[in-house]
Design a protein around this ligand. Structure first.
Ligand code: HEM
Length: 481
């Protein structure tokens, strides 16, 4: 053979070897996806169109019926990238319980432009270090010290805005209340009007970006209008928090504040660790965003279910009276409201505020009949997991007794995961429970709720969080003193 031909042969062999080495796991993931069932995919686009707003109903329907239609594991395609959709508790345990097996995937990287590099989006050593340093600030004793703020703001907002009338948009009032609570407990700010703050004005453009694959290339995205919008939103939020941070640092130096909000505690880290100011801003912005719609959806949906199930609403009301909370509520009384907590859990089972989270496998993972290769993208369908009939019999029924002390042991430890599970479980879950119980008990103590006619089901839409299309409307009547 001529030297030229030898050269070409060697070039082709090395090229094949390089391609195989770099794409081996991709090809293995494709091989697995081809063996698994899943919704019909369009060539090149895959199933990505399901994330279009007008396809929301199909996406949600697919989540509800996934286990019926596709068994214990399902595949989807994001363009040409295979995605494994996981919802069986044993599979969830393997993937979520160990950070050596999975990590956050590219979805979170593309959230950076908007929310920065806080706990939700960061990975590896940075995440581990920050989580370890921040975790103590979510100790129950510190969270309970926020209770007075939760209560005072709930009473003020609900007292001013809730009147006995029909067709009240409860979701808007609840969201105002949560926004004020977050400003007070995270940033130490007494927010008078929503318009004073840039939070709640921003929009996460993640789903819109996913639908335009060329925008997934950073070089192109950085030159797009969407990137400018996200960067502007991010700057507004960071400048707002930076101004508050500077004020609080001055007050802390003059000993005029005494560790009253989470930001004050984060400021301590500036002195005691190598946390930078940028890191503090990223974390504070993350908490403000992570704690808004998630709690808003859960509270408003729970009020909706209580309105729909009068007998359950009366049991919650009776519990409030029985623990002695008919006067000013205390944290001890709140801790005794176990039935209310069951109602909140049952709400989050049916409507998990964050129905999907995603990961990428960092090692081969054994999922029963199949081995999912390293590098596979995983979509964890919390929504589907919560409707598996072998874990939750009659899954469509609202039944808070599933979470009673007698029935709780029957639920698989990875069967119920509205806050996700494992090392990356929501850091704010205890904060959220105290806040949700305070707001809901404040409403039920004073008002009787019922659903307006023809509004007996929630029409959900998915935009990273679940929310009810057009908001949640309720008929509200003051209770007799
Ligand atoms: C009902 C309310 C809430 C729900 C349903 C919820 C749900 C979740 C879920 C599912 C995750 C995992 C996300 C993922 O892996 O991609 C998460 C993470 C997180 N949540 Fe929440 N959340 C709630 C309230 C809050 C609140 C009130 C805060 C803060 C004040 C908060 C802060 C965070 C943070 C910082 C993370 C990232 C944790 C980490 O990766 O270390 N969340 N949340």
């Amino acid at each position: 053979m001529e030297t030229k031909n030898w050269f070409w042969l060697l070039f082709c062999c090395l090229g094949t070897l390089w391609t195989y080495r770099h794409f081996k796991n991709y090809f293995r993931a494709v091989g697995l996806a081809l063996r698994l069932p899943g919704p019909k995919a369009i060539p090149l686009l895959g199933n990505v169109l399901l994330f279009l707003e007008r396809k929301n109903n199909v996406l949600i329907e697919c989540g509800i019926k996934a286990s019926q239609l596709y068994g214990s594991l399902m595949r989807g395609w994001m363009f040409w990238v295979p995605v494994l959709v996981v919802y069986e508790p044993e599979h969830l345990r393997v993937i979520l319980s160990n950070t050596k097996v999975s990590d956050k995937n590219f979805f979170y990287r593309i959230m950076h432009t908007f929310i920065g590099d806080g706990l939700v989006t960061s990975t590896g050593d940075k995440w581990r270090k920050h989580r370890k340093l921040i975790q103590p600030y979510f100790h129950i004793n510190i969270l309970e010290s926020y209770f007075d703020d939760f209560l005072q703001i709930s009473e003020e907002v609900l007292g001013a805005e809730l009147h006995g009338r029909n067709g009240v948009k409860i979701s808007r009032i609840v969201n105002d209340c949560i926004n004020k609570i977050l400003h007070k407990t995270i940033l130490g700010v007494n927010l008078k009007r929503d318009s004073e703050s840039p939070f709640r004005r921003g929009e996460l453009l993640l789903l819109k970006r996913l639908l335009k694959p060329w925008l997934l290339v950073d070089f192109i995205f950085k030159r797009s209008k969407m990137s400018q919008m996200e960067a502007q939103q991010n700057e507004d939020l960071h400048l707002y928090v930076k101004k508050i941070l500077d004020e609080r640092r001055t007050l802390t130096k003059q000993a005029k504040v005494n560790n009253t909000c989470l930001l004050d505690r984060l400021i301590e880290l500036l002195e005691t660790s190598d946390f930078s100011e940028k890191a503090i801003l990223d974390e504070a912005v993350t908490f403000m965003l992570a704690g808004q719609d998630s709690v808003g959806t859960a509270v408003a949906s729970c009020l909706f279910y209580l309105a729909k199930h009068q007998d359950i609403q009366e049991k919650v009301f009776k519990e409030i009276i029985d623990v002695g909370a008919d006067k000013r509520l205390t944290i001890n009384q709140l801790n005794q409201m176990h039935y209310l907590e069951q109602c909140i859990k049952e709400t989050m089972r049916l409507i998990p505020s964050i129905p999907l989270v995603s990961r990428v496998l960092t090692a081969d993972v054994d999922l029963g009949y199949y081995t999912a290769p390293k590098g596979t993208n995983i979509l964890i369908s919390i929504f589907t997991a919560h409707r598996l009939p072998h874990i939750f019999p009659k899954p469509l029924e609202f039944d808070p007794d599933r979470f009673s002390p007698e029935n709780l042991p029957n639920i698989h430890p990875y069967g119920f995961l509205p806050f996700s599970l494992g090392p990356r479980k929501c850091i704010g879950y205890k904060f959220a429970y105290i806040e949700m119980k305070t707001i809901i008990s404040t409403v039920i103590k004073r008002f009787h709720l019922s659903p307006p006619p023809q509004r007996e089901e929630l029409d959900l839409s998915y935009r990273v969080t679940f929310r009810a299309k057009g908001g949640i409307l309720l008929n509200i009547t003051p209770r007799q003193k």
